[in-house]
Design a protein around this ligand. Structure first.
Ligand code: AHR
Length: 494
């Protein structure tokens, strides 16, 4: 048994954990939007509200989902928003293109439907603009259509399509992965294009928050330097960390297990390096946030690039096994976001349904939640709370030197929440929490299973789920929980 002690530094608040850090990514790719979220208004086999699956919406409402980025991804750079508004029967059928997948796209899920989804889930919309095959005019028109208050041809079109009030979309991405699928730009050339798009877009709506496409350190350095005199046009700089180094989705080794968790933890370094690049140019004169607007585990079976991807399943559908191991990476990443909540301004996990690290899976009329769903949900008490540092004082280490047991904590007016990860592959932990003795009543929930490879399926949908965990307190105000290996728990002290 690993005896681990974690000290919550309740007198050293870090900052507020914005709901925007708990965003999701809804891309028109494979079975994520079409089939996963959207079955269409005429569907008879699956219960839906206005075309959106009732079972999926109910699960997502309970997650919660405060922010959604749409419609891509790579898809965004082929997307023409006018195709997706107006009477469904009149919308053009196009080739939907993203990440080497080509699908027939009837444009049934367009801007109004996406706004309906956001309103059902209480989510903020974040729209990714087309810079690959689009124009500044097309993107300006979309902004005017969504946000315009004057009586114009575009706002009248919006009203005729059923939305009297503007949608008020604040977050706009100018392109997606412009260093690759979004046009293979060079960073300096992209910075010129970005300036043009951003300038024109702000003429239409000066309240928009704009996201410039970042990548690795070399790209970010050149990009930010090229934009040094135009910082006022940037609100967020995006990065897309994907975790590739965990070996197979199932049947992974202990080394693979630790490699994946270690890679997920590297996100914090990437965030601080990116922040240093921004600060190196803007020196605190401009508050530019880091938008981690795509992040997730991406296993080799469902990609044709990167480590171990020599024999992907064919065709690549981006649908992968989603195990408890994958869910642990989410808890480690969220802890990093909490620690860096003054720099990470928004984040979107990939994808919202069916693909990569989705919380919810569907198969025909059946729906189930992945371990990732339950782990993400354990974090609900932190949303909007004040992040607190947690120091690991005693206990075992992992192969990379990090503590096997780690935690993130936060405080609200009514109490404190501590989410603890026991990342050890096979050692349980007795965890002592110090520094949070303002709590009087404690309760805890845990997501655990017999194996790190455990997952849910259509036939066994509740194999991995959250259950209650015993929590106790001594007279000195220390709290205690016992956690099995590869598990995540949240202790709530009221
Ligand atoms: O999530 C799948 C793809 O990954 C997105 O379309 C793209 O932005 C990224 O490369």
């Amino acid at each position: 048994m690993n005896r681990a002690t974690l000290d919550v530094r309740s007198e050293e608040p870090i900052g507020t954990i914005s709901p925007r850090l708990y965003g999701w990514f809804a891309e028109h790719l494979g079975r994520s939007c079409y089939d996963g979220l959207w079955v269409g208004r005429d569907c008879r086999e699956i219960p839906h509200t206005g075309g959106f699956r009732d079972d999926v919406i109910a699960a997502l409402k309970a997650l919660p989902v405060p922010l959604i980025r749409w419609p891509g991804g790579c898809y965004a750079d082929h997307y023409h928003w006018q195709d997706g508004v107006g009477p469904a029967a009149e919308r053009p059928r196009r080739m939907g293109m993203s990440c080497d997948l080509q699908v027939e796209d009837d444009n049934g899920l367009g801007t109004h439907e996406f706004m309906q989804l956001c309103s059902m889930l209480g989510a903020e919309p974040y729209l990714a603009g087309n810079m690959g095959t689009g124009t500044p005019q097309e993107l300006c028109d979309w902004v005017e259509y969504c946000n315009g208050r004057l009586r114009t041809k575009l706002t009248e079109q919006r009203v005729a399509n059923g939305a009297r009030e503007p949608f008020g979309v604040r977050l706009w991405g100018i392109g997606n992965e412009t260093w690759g699928c979004g046009g293979n730009y060079d960073p300096v050339y992209y910075s010129y294009e970005y300036r043009r798009y951003a300038t024109m877009l702000r003429h239409v709506d000066r309240n928009t928050e704009l996201v410039v496409v970042g990548y690795d350190d070399a790209w970010n350095t050149k990009l930010v330097e090229a934009l040094a005199n135009h910082g006022y046009l940037i609100d967020h700089l995006s990065i897309h960390p994907y975790f590739f180094r965990g070996g197979a989705e199932l049947g992974f080794s202990v080394d693979d297990y630790y490699a994946l968790l270690a890679e997920a933890c590297e996100i914090e370094d990437q965030i601080t390096r990116t922040a240093a690049i921004i600060d190196g140019v803007f020196g605190g004169r401009r508050n530019i946030g880091i938008a981690v607007d795509e992040w997730s585990v991406w296993h080799p079976e469902v990609r044709n690039f990167g480590p171990g991807a020599s024999t992907p399943r064919s065709p690549v559908t981006y649908e992968q096994a989603s195990t408890l191991r994958d869910a642990l990476t989410s808890a480690l990443v969220l802890a990093a976001f909490h620690r860096q909540c003054n720099r990470v301004s928004l984040a979107n996990q990939v994808h919202i349904v069916n693909l990569l690290q989705a919380p919810v899976m569907t198969e025909g009329a059946r729906m189930w939640c992945t371990p990732n769903y339950h782990v993400m949900r354990l974090h609900t008490p932190h949303i909007g709370a004040t992040a607190l540092p947690v120091e690991h004082t005693t206990g075992d280490s992992l192969p990379d030197g990090r503590s096997a047991v780690s935690a993130t904590a936060s405080r609200t007016a009514t109490g404190m929440a501590v989410t603890i990860v026991n990342a050890h592959f096979d050692r349980p932990a007795q965890v002592t929490l110090t520094g949070c003795d303002d709590g009087r009543t404690g309760s805890a929930q845990i997501v655990a299973a017999e194996s790190a490879e455990a997952m849910n399926t259509a036939n066994d949908p509740d194999h991995v789920q959250a259950t209650s965990l015993e929590v106790s307190r001594d007279s000195a105000g220390r709290w205690y929980v016992e956690m099995p290996p590869h598990s995540v728990a949240t202790v709530v002290l009221a």
